[in-house]
Design a protein around this ligand. Structure first.
Ligand code: CP
Ligand code: NVA
Length: 331
């Protein structure tokens, strides 16, 4: 039997594929329970602290609503307003919060910080995104893939287009390797993950029969894909001075109508963890449009708004899958 009680979730490497399937099944049940009005509270009396060194819309609301639905309480600590990372070490913070809270969510820069929290807090710690990984997002993404195809995860083929070294590309690669999927990172060579990471992922893939590839040809990368995934070209914490260069490198990998057609699959779906720069609505998007003349960034507005786009299903599923994590580790 699978038991995740007391476990931290720092990276997808922490799970076996059976444990991941267990969480995905549980998330699906929780979603129907909430929709059907028969959700049962299993976290009453629990207190969870949410630490955000970087901003968030989905991860924060996912954790908050999941906790409230289940009868737990949360405290939000934003990029300022606490001593974390300023006048107190992560290790001391961990030992303080571990005395008061039943669990800690952490979004920040260094993977080492979320690991240090977990080592010293004595309670489960959840990684809500670091520069290296975004494990809870991948859980929501795989849950969403299951909803939009009749295939088993191990029969699914998908591509990630864009910065192949970022947290999403890497976590999707690890997740795909664990679940035996066919996954291709479509990116220019300079934005492929390093050799050490590629080796790490191929070791996992060997145990499951997964296929993990890297391709600098955008059209070849998406061929036969069930899902085409992308993410911002510059992640939180990266220097905005790099925009010009990133745009030059990544424009051929933009997910637009032509690239979606290149998948050669009439049922292909578009995915994005969000937030996205698909139009100039955002302050950042506007600034980029003015400076570089590129109104649509990683995805064209047309694809983002098309019937193939399942980005808001992914966003909703953040909450259901986070709820599964909370119940499995704390309930
Ligand atoms: N996808 C995601 O993590 O979004 P937020 O930055 O809004 O939490
Ligand atoms: N790669 C993005 C993901 C946001 C959810 C970032 O780190 O900013």
């Amino acid at each position: 039997a699978i038991n995740l009680h007391g476990r931290s979730i720092l990276a997808l490497e922490d799970f076996t594929s059976a444990e991941m399937r267990f969480l995905l099944d549980m998330a699906k049940e929780l979603k129907s329970a909430k929709r059907g009005g028969f959700e049962r509270q299993r976290l009453s009396g629990k207190n969870i602290v949410l630490i955000f060194e970087k901003d968030s819309t989905r991860t924060r609301s996912g954790f908050e609503v999941a906790a409230y639905d289940q009868g737990a309480h949360v405290t939000y600590m934003g990029p300022s307003g606490s001593h974390i990372g300023q006048s107190e070490t992560v290790k001391d913070t961990a030992r303080v919060l571990g005395r008061m809270y039943d669990a800690i969510e952490f979004r920040g820069f260094a993977q080492a910080d979320v690991e240090s929290l977990a080592r010293h807090a004595g309670v489960p710690v959840y990684n809500g995104l670091t520069d290296e990984s975004h494990p809870t997002q991948v859980l929501a993404d795989f849950m969403t893939m299951r909803e939009f195809t009749h295939k088993h995860l191990s029969d699914i083929s998908f591509a990630f287009m864009g910065d192949g070294r970022n947290n999403m590309a890497r976590s999707l690669a690890v997740g795909a390797a664990k679940m035996g999927m066919q996954f291709t990172i479509g990116a220019p060579r300079v934005l492929w993950p390093g050799a050490g990471f590629q080796e790490h992922v191929s070791k996992i893939a060997k145990t499951t029969g997964a296929s993990i590839k890297y391709d600098d040809n955008a059209v070849a990368a998406v061929a036969g894909a069930d899902f085409v995934y992308t993410d911002v070209w510059l992640s939180m914490g990266e220097d905005p001075a790099q925009w010009g260069e990133r745009i030059k490198l990544l424009l051929p990998y933009q997910v637009n109508a032509a690239l979606m057609r290149a998948a050669g699959n009439p049922f292909v779906k578009f995915m994005h963890c969000l937030p996205s720069f698909h139009n100039a609505d955002t302050k950042m998007g506007k600034d980029i449009e003015i400076r570089y003349g590129v109104p649509a960034m990683e995805v064209s507005d047309e694809v983002f708004e098309s019937a193939a786009s399942i980005v808001f299903d992914q966003a909703e599923n953040r909450m259901h899958s986070i709820k599964a994590i909370l119940i499995a580790t704390l309930g």
